[in-house]
Design a protein around this ligand. Structure first.
Ligand SMILES: Cc1cc2nc3c(=O)[nH]c(=O)nc-3n(C[C@H](O)[C@H](O)[C@H](O)COP(=O)(O)O)c2cc1C
Length: 334
């Protein structure tokens, strides 16, 4: 019997495929379909900390100034025409899913500070969330803030949330750190049960005819796999918590690569937008047949087999220049 089950953040997953936080995971109907097609767990669409704070204050008008809102939250409120009952609905979604789903449902909070909203994780826990993922990214563009201030904020938020709940907490990060390996290790020792490497963000683009700011590609492409694959492989045997891979996982081969690198699970979003929720089933079938072909009956038999620590060529993971290896590389004739 080929067994696709794994554990992540201490949770039992029947497949390593997690539906990542996105519009695919924002309502019960889609989440039940995800479960039907064999998804291991879901991470709900993120709530913004500002939504939590504003709802606690109950009226948008009581905010003294919009300047306290960060750019994503301003977009959110312009779009939503003020705060609705979104935190209530979020808790209701979790409670409803708890009754109907067997797979773990992980709540997600998009946060940037360690104050005012941090009572809310307790409510997520009470509603029945299996875990909480903190979607935390501070774009290091404020030249007045020091490295210590930036990095310190991450740990303040983690500590504050860990104080509130007993359910496992994961941190989803970017790779914008000046000392990435060390930061991943420090985060893994902070008490979180999982680290998601890496989130993918909205990027501005330009229209060169209208001189307007436009949106870069919303969805990832398969080539985006490379960064997380390298870092999962480098860090897999060095961290004190589980790793989940995210970004650019578009087929079963990418899933297999991330498991070989050492990920406990993978998170997928763009490919579900492109191919539909049912694509999960195909990825599971293909993962299973690859395991059968290689005589693996469980994920643990091959997970981490190609991590840097287990590799016969560990330097390959740290190679960054093309010069030596690709000296003879010539463009293909057209
Ligand atoms: C339309 C869209 C909405 C997303 N919303 C969220 C979100 O609310 N919270 C979050 O942590 N990540 C969000 N993400 C990021 C995804 O969870 C995922 O980390 C990222 O898209 C990279 O994975 P992929 O290559 O499989 O798409 C969103 C992605 C997309 C495409």
């Amino acid at each position: 019997m080929t067994d696709l089950s794994t554990t992540y953040m201490g949770l039992e997953l029947k497949s390593p495929l997690i539906a990542g936080s996105s519009g695919i995971t924002d309502n019960q109907e889609k989440i039940l379909r995800l479960e039907q097609y064999g998804t291991g767990a879901v991470v709900l669409k993120s709530l913004f900390e500002e939504e939590i704070i504003l709802e606690k204050m109950s009226q948008l008008g009581r905010m003294s100034s919009e300047r306290s809102l960060y750019p994503e939250a301003i977009d959110f409120y312009e779009f939503q025409d003020g705060p609705k009952e979104s935190t209530y609905e979020y808790l209701e979604l979790i409670t409803g899913l708890k009754k109907k789903c067997t797979m773990p449902v992980i709540a997600s909070i998009n946060c940037m500070t360690a104050s005012q909203w941090t009572y809310f994780p307790t409510e997520l826990e009470t509603a029945g969330a299996a875990g909480i993922e903190l979607n935390l990214f501070l774009l290091p563009s404020d030249l007045r803030r020091t490295l210590d201030e930036y990095e310190g904020t991450y740990f303040q938020i983690i500590n504050e949330v860990l104080k509130q709940v007993k359910i496992p907490v994961a941190l989803k990060i970017s790779y914008y750190f000046s000392n990435l390996g060390t930061m991943i290790k420090r985060f893994s020792e902070s008490g979180v049960a999982g680290l998601v490497l890496f989130n993918r963000f909205y990027s501005p683009d330009f229209d060169v005819d209208t001189f307007e700011i436009t949106s870069g590609n919303i969805l990832s492409s398969p080539g985006d796999l490379a960064i997380s694959l390298r870092w999962i492989a480098i860090m897999a045997e060095r961290v004190s918590c589980d790793l989940a891979a995210s970004t650019g996982i578009h087929d079963s081969s990418a899933v297999i690569k991330q498991l070989l690198a050492g990920a406990k699970a993978v998170q997928i979003a763009s490919i579900l937008y492109k191919n539909g929720i049912e694509y999960i089933e195909r990825m599971n079938v293909e993962l299973k047949s690859w395991m059968e072909k290689h005589n693996f009956s469980s994920i643990e038999q091959f997970r981490g087999k190609m991590s840097q620590s287990k590799s016969s060529d560990p330097a390959a993971y740290e190679r960054v220049q093309f010069i030596k290896n690709f000296r003879g590389y010539t463009p293909q004739e057209t």
